[in-house]
Ligand binder design. Structure first.
Ligand SMILES: Nc1ncnc2c1ncn2[C@@H]1O[C@H](COP(=O)(O)OP(=O)(O)OP(=O)(O)O)[C@@H](O)[C@H]1O
Ligand SMILES: [Mg+2]
Length: 355
């Protein structure tokens, strides 16, 4: 027991020193014992008996040291990283002394574990960076209208309220900024809801072509203001019944068509096309507007991402529209894609399941 506790708290050098001392002292004792016990026997027999005894003692000492201080510890590490839960019925350690295999397995497991941890760490770092960037964007987007409102209200309080030239103008401006803040909060809440695992779609059957026609009608005034020709593409106006959340698909089409009008040319053209794709319907919204560079395309579905922040802000954009569109299509288990060429135009397409 005393040796046990000494060994437990020792360095490998001390363990080696103690174990070799045990073997050396035992060897000496065995020789003395053999000399006393087998006095009449031939020398080679005494050496033979002593060798066997020393071998047995050495074997027991080395075995117990390896088993207790190396094998068990490796087994413990292996067990904890590979999540292997040994039940009480499992083969006892002593009978499964496949040390070499175990050490190799442990090495592979440690390497795999290290790789997975590095991957996980990198993922967490990316997420952390993304979260910080997102929070920074939220603060920035809310801060601007908030400071504007503060400015308008202070001017009104300091006497502007009695000045007929500015009182109504500043109140309207403050109200516009409040609306912008409310829209940002509403959009962010919508994205958060769509990302929530417990989100449930209220899917129904409806005619997607009819919905497109309704939206075109509701955006006609807006299109006319920009002298934009907004229409369903000729030959692509077949009726399709789809199964989806009508309200949400309404929002998808609205966002995409408004973008086509916003980033479209004066006197340009916006076309909506519907294509039969066996089980699905492909809906495309195309414009011949400013378009986008290829390297911008992977980022446009990110929250708050705008290619030209100033232009978008002037047009009342928050950069959340396409992110909402993408999330809505994803909760429908469908896909969305974009093709675009700077200066030529863009086409956004998404699929819907046929009823
Ligand atoms: N049809 C398009 N043509 C050219 N650029 C586009 C088009 N649609 C989107 N974009 C670019 O992608 C960016 C992101 O679009 P998104 O709809 O998410 O934001 P937004 O239109 O700026 O604001 P909002 O939140 O009001 O929709 C836009 O700022 C614009 O730069
Ligand atoms: Mg938009």
């Amino acid at each position: 027991m005393a040796i046990n506790s000494i060994l437990k708290n020792s360095t490998p050098r001390l363990v080696a020193l103690i174990s070799s001392s045990i073997i050396a002292i035992s060897t000496l004792l065995v020789f003395i014992l053999c000399k006393i016990l087998f006095t009449g026997m031939p020398g080679w027999l005494i050496i033979f008996a002593a060798t066997i005894l020393i071998f047995a003692i050495g074997y027991i000492v080395v075995y117990s040291l390896v088993e207790r201080f190396i094998y068990r510890k490796i087994k413990l590490i292996y067990k904890s990283i590979s999540d292997t839960k040994l039940s009480t019925k499992d083969t006892p350690l002593k009978s499964s002394m496949k040390s070499v295999k175990l050490i190799e397995d442990a090495e592979v497991a440690v390497l795999n574990w290290q790789k997975s941890k590095i991957k996980e760490l990198n993922k967490q770092k990316k997420l952390d960076k993304y979260r910080k960037e997102f929070l920074g964007n939220v603060f920035h987007e809310l801060k601007t209208p908030l400071f504007n409102i503060q400015g308008y209200l202070e001017t009104l309080i300091e006497g502007g309220i009695y000045d007929e030239k500015i009182n109504l103008k500043f109140t309207k401006k403050a109200s516009k900024n409040v609306k912008r803040m409310a829209k940002i909060v509403e959009d962010l809440q919508m994205i958060a809801n769509l990302q929530d695992a417990s989100f449930v779609l209220s899917a129904e059957k409806f005619d997607i072509t009819d919905l497109v026609k309704d939206i075109i009608e509701s955006l006609e005034v807006r299109a006319k203001k920009k002298k934009n020709k907004l229409e369903i593409k000729e030959g692509c106006n077949q009726s399709f019944t789809v199964i989806a959340d009508r309200e949400m698909i309404h929002q998808v089409l609205n966002n995409l068509i408004i973008n086509a009008l916003k980033y479209g040319k004066e006197s340009g053209k916006t076309q909506i096309s519907l294509y039969d794709m066996n089980e699905n319907v492909l809906v495309e919204v195309s414009d011949n507007g400013i378009g986008m560079d290829k390297d911008q395309l992977p980022r446009i579905f990110e929250r708050f991402y705008r290619i030209d922040k100033n232009r978008s802000r002037k047009l009342g954009g928050t950069g959340l529209g396409l992110s909402i569109v993408k999330h809505i299509i994803e909760v429908h288990n469908q896909t969305i894609h974009v093709r675009s060429t700077a200066g030529v135009g863009s086409t956004f397409g998404f699929t819907l399941k046929k009823a």
